[in-house]
Design a protein around this ligand. Structure first.
Ligand SMILES: [Zn+2]
Length: 228
């Protein structure tokens, strides 16, 4: 092959992204323009659940994990927004300020925020409570949404690989954000504050990092293989 033709072909391959090296990968293409809204549960006067000793409040842990998750997803190329950046509720985004219940306006605000930001996926971050034997992260989905169920199953699989516990996605829990959002939502319960081991681990940067890596791997896989 003449050198000039060879150079021409190489330029075309690189310019169109067909070369493995240097061109955009399938992974990058699938994520371009994907918007994720992370919703740190509770906030302000609503502390959520708490540890047995009352020293850890769910709202603070949700925000801490959400902030780190935002950074990790941005590092992967996603556009990410948080429904709250501080220890506040989300009532200011409620479309109807005449609704009397603050709690309801807070939940409405979260759904509206995701709509306004045209999210492709909402990840609502919560921390669970239960008996002392309940343990580990769980994902709750919208059973009628293919996207929600798919994303939830992928993320739960990542959690199960991480913990060695074979937990199943929870379907049919009638939580406001799940029943009112037309955008696919997964609600991630990162662990049980009622379980002393979970409560301890959830506050270590190492364990938080593992949780975040599992969510990021799952979300990445979801966008690349399922809905791209
Ligand atoms: Zn909660």
């Amino acid at each position: 092959m003449k050198k000039s033709i060879y150079v021409f072909i190489m330029v075309v391959l690189v310019a169109t992204g067909c070369m493995a090296a240097g061109g955009p990968s399938v992974f990058a293409v699938a994520k371009v323009g994907k918007v994720i809204v992370i919703d740190p549960g509770h906030g302000g006067i609503d502390g959520g659940t708490q540890s047995a000793q009352g020293d850890y409040l769910e709202k603070n842990l949700n925000l801490e994990v959400s902030r780190k998750l935002k950074q990790a997803l941005e590092d992967k190329g996603f556009t990410v927004y948080l429904t709250r950046e501080e220890d506040t509720d989300v009532t200011q985004h409620a479309p109807n300020s005449a609704v009397k219940s603050r709690h309801r306006r807070d939940l409405m605000g979260r759904v509206e925020f995701a709509k306004q930001h045209q999210a492709n996926l909402v990840i609502s971050i919560h921390t669970n409570t239960g008996t002392k034997t309940n343990i580990g992260p769980l994902v709750i989905c919208q059973p009628e949404s293919y996207e929600s169920v798919t994303a939830a199953e992928i993320v739960q699989h990542q959690f199960n690989s991480m913990t060695g516990i074979g937990q199943h996605v929870i379907k049919g829990k009638r939580l406001y954000i799940l029943t009112h959002s037309t955008i696919p939502v997964i609600l991630v319960e990162v662990g049980f504050l009622s379980n002393p081991r979970d409560a301890y681990q959830l506050h270590t940067p190492q364990y938080q990092q593992k949780l975040i890596e599992a969510i990021v791997s799952g979300v990445n896989e979801y966008f690349v293989t399922k809905v791209s």
